[in-house]
Structure formats: structure tokens, C-alpha cells
Design a protein around this ligand. Structure first.
Ligand code: FES
Ligand code: FES
Length: 352
């Protein structure tokens, strides 16, 4: 390639613009490029010399991803790759996504999920999704976000693109499952003495995991359900010895921990408390019996320091319960004056 460039008659012609002729292999087709300045980007050559305008020119600085193409299976920004250096490489552009001419499943999913508005970012986005799903058949959302973070879209946000990734992944997985099931059925129904030309390949889910490599070398499977089974092969991590409490020790050995400095230990049960604080009688002091119901209080009580004279029983019967029982004891709450009719002035109102 280097010799080809240096020996080409167009090289170093003119003042400062060395040129070269080379052939690009784009989407499986050989495309010759003649007398092109060797500094021309792959994006420029694809669009301006080869007429493949799918890759878009957004920033020419590798920032927006609108020019995304694959070179030897690697997603690159076409604006940053000198085309002459891609002469021996396999180049895939968005025009090659669909072999039949219609939209590929990725392109269709992007359109269906609302990820296309002005469409300027869409070819690059489609290439990024295509590249992601080639490498990772069942990407998580975070993996999809990482894969698409180099593709800027100023119109739609990225929810639609992320949904498209999941849609295509699920559809491809379902199609693969159906294909494998069909192959298995065909193998099962074939006569034993009649070997089938297309014997069903062993399904990944039915392989013996005993022969598979252990953690660190786990293979990638098209069937993502295998990850659960593959996880079983990972040797368990060494666990720290659990601390076991010896509950057979004498109770005082467990609970007789020294009291924190500065605090007196709780006194033994039955120790007379400091009467000055709470007035609690020492344990064992007999309580006075409760007087019979209706016995008038003999001593004025003290409530929050204010003497209170109990009115005592005045003999008035306040109510019966309909069975002849009389309820007596305390004076009735004096009746309230009726609320005056609306509009009547009260004495307090004079000062209002
Ligand atoms: Fe290439 Fe923006 S045009 S990254
Ligand atoms: Fe307009 Fe993405 S659809 S920039």
C-alpha cells in the first residue's frame, strides 16, 4: 500500500497535494478511486467520489457519529479515517445494511420506535446499533447506552433508539429459537436409517457444561438463557468464617459487661430508690386500700402546687339507667347559658 502510494504517478504532483489511486472494497464491491489527495477522509471519498451519501457529514471532528461506518468490522467515524489507509480493508456502510434493498430490521425498528425525525443522525445510529448487535446479541440497557453514546441526535432523544435495540435483539433471538426448534423437529422425525442432510446442530442449551471452561473464560452464547447455567460454573468465593456466639456461657458472663465510664450500674432489684427524686416508696411498702366507691375525699388534693378542695358527695341523684339504678357522687357540671341568638351583643363586645 505504501509503495503503491509513493510510486503512483499522481503522487507529489502540484505544489503540496500528494495524490494516490487505490481501490476501496465497500459493501463487498470493489470501488476504484483515482488521483485522490491522500488526505481525503473516508467520509469524503464515500460521499463525494463514490456517491454513497448514506454516511452524513455532521462535525468532521469525530464528535457526532453521523459518519459512522465499519472498517474491518470496527465501528469508526469516517471523518477521522484517511480513505487511502482503508484501501486494504472491508468497509461497510449503511447502504449495505439491507441486502434486499428494503429497510433492515435495525432501520425498521428505529423508524417504528420513533427514533427518526429529521433523519440526519439515523444512518450513523443504524450503523452503531448494527455494530452493537453484531458484538452483543442481548445488550443490557446500560450496554446499549454506552454503545450509542457517540451518536448525537438533536431531535428525538435516545429512548426510541434504546427501544429499537431491545426490539431487534428480541426478534432475532425469537427467530433463532424458532430455527433451532424446526431443525430439532426435522432431525427427530427423520428415519433412523435415513441420515438427514441438515442434521440439527446441538443446541447451546443442551451442551454439557462439565466440559466448558471455568470462570474468566466463559464463552459467549447466542442463547442468553445460558448465562444463568454458566454462572453455576463460577467457583464460589471464599467466605470469611462466621462468628458464632457461645450462648452456653453463664448468663453473668454474657451480660456482666462493665458499665460505661461515668454511669452507675442499675441498682439491684428491691433497692430503695432516691425518694427525693420520685417519691416512690421502697419496694414492699403496703399501699392503702382503695376506699369504697362513693367515699368522699377527706383531704384536699394538691395538683401542681394548687390546693384543690374536693366537693365531696352532696347526696344529689343525677341519673338513673332505666333499671332503677341510681348514679350518684359528683356534682353535675353546671349548665351553660344558651348561646345567644345571632346578632345579640354580649357585654364583652362593648370592649371589642
Ligand atoms: Fe464524523 Fe461527526 S461527522 S463524527
Ligand atoms: Fe434529527 Fe437525530 S433525528 S438529529
Amino acid at each position: 500500500m505504501t509503495d503503491e502510494l509513493l510510486n503512483h504517478p499522481g503522487a507529489l504532483t502540484g505544489d503540496v497535494r500528494p495524490t494516490a489511486s487505490y481501490t476501496l472494497r465497500v459493501n463487498g464491491v470493489e470501488r476504484p478511486v483515482s488521483d485522490a489527495w491522500i488526505g481525503e477522509s473516508l467520509l469524503y471519498v464515500l460521499r463525494e467520489r463514490l456517491g454513497l451519501a448514506g454516511a452524513k457529514d455532521g462535525c468532521e471532528q469525530g464528535e457526532c457519529g453521523a459518519c459512522s461506518v465499519q472498517v474491518d468490522g470496527q465501528l469508526v467515524n469516517g471523518c477521522l479515517v484517511p480513505a487511502a489507509l482503508a484501501a486494504d480493508s472491508e468497509i461497510n456502510t449503511v447502504e449495505g445494511l439491507s441486502g434486499s434493498g428494503g429497510a433492515s430490521d435495525v432501520q425498521q425498528a428505529l423508524a417504528d420506535s420513533g427514533a427518526v425525525q429529521c433523519g440526519y443522525c439515523t444512518p450513523g445510529l443504524a450503523m452503531a446499533v448494527h455494530d452493537l448487535l453484531q458484538r452483543n446479541h442481548r445488550p443490557s440497557e446500560i450496554e446499549a447506552r454506552q454503545a450509542l453514546c457517540g451518536n448525537l441526535c438533536r431531535c428525538t432523544g435516545y429512548r426510541g433508539a434504546l427501544a429499537a435495540v431491545q426490539t431487534v435483539a428480541e426478534a432475532r433471538e425469537a427467530a433463532l429459537e424458532a430455527e433451532l426448534d424446526a431443525a430439532e423437529q426435522a432431525a427427530a422425525t427423520a428415519a433412523p436409517d435415513e441420515p438427514t442432510a441438515a442434521a440439527a446442530p446441538p443446541r447451546a442449551t443442551e451442551q454439557s457444561f462439565a466440559d466448558l471452561p471455568l470462570a474468566g473464560e466463559l464463552p459467549l452464547y447466542a442463547d442468553s438463557e445460558l448465562w444463568h447455567e454458566a454462572d453455576q460454573l463460577i467457583p464460589p468465593q471464599a467466605q470469611a468464617e462466621p462468628v458464632v456466639q457461645d450462648w452456653s456461657a453463664p448468663a453473668d458472663a454474657v451480660y456482666a459487661a462493665p458499665a460505661p465510664a461515668g454511669w452507675e450500674p442499675t441498682p439491684a432489684h428491691g433497692t430503695a430508690a432516691d425518694g427525693a427524686l420520685y417519691g416512690t416508696p421502697a419496694q414492699g411498702t403496703p399501699y392503702l386500700p382503695t376506699p369504697p366507691h362513693g367515699t368522699p375525699h377527706q383531704e384536699p388534693g394538691v395538683y401542681q402546687g394548687v390546693p384543690h378542695q374536693d366537693p365531696g358527695f352532696d347526696g344529689t341523684v343525677y341519673a338513673t339507667d332505666g333499671y332503677g339504678h341510681q348514679y350518684t357522687g359528683y356534682q353535675a357540671t353546671p349548665g351553660h347559658d344558651a348561646t345567644p341568638a345571632h346578632g345579640i351583643r354580649l357585654p364583652e363586645d362593648e370592649n371589642a
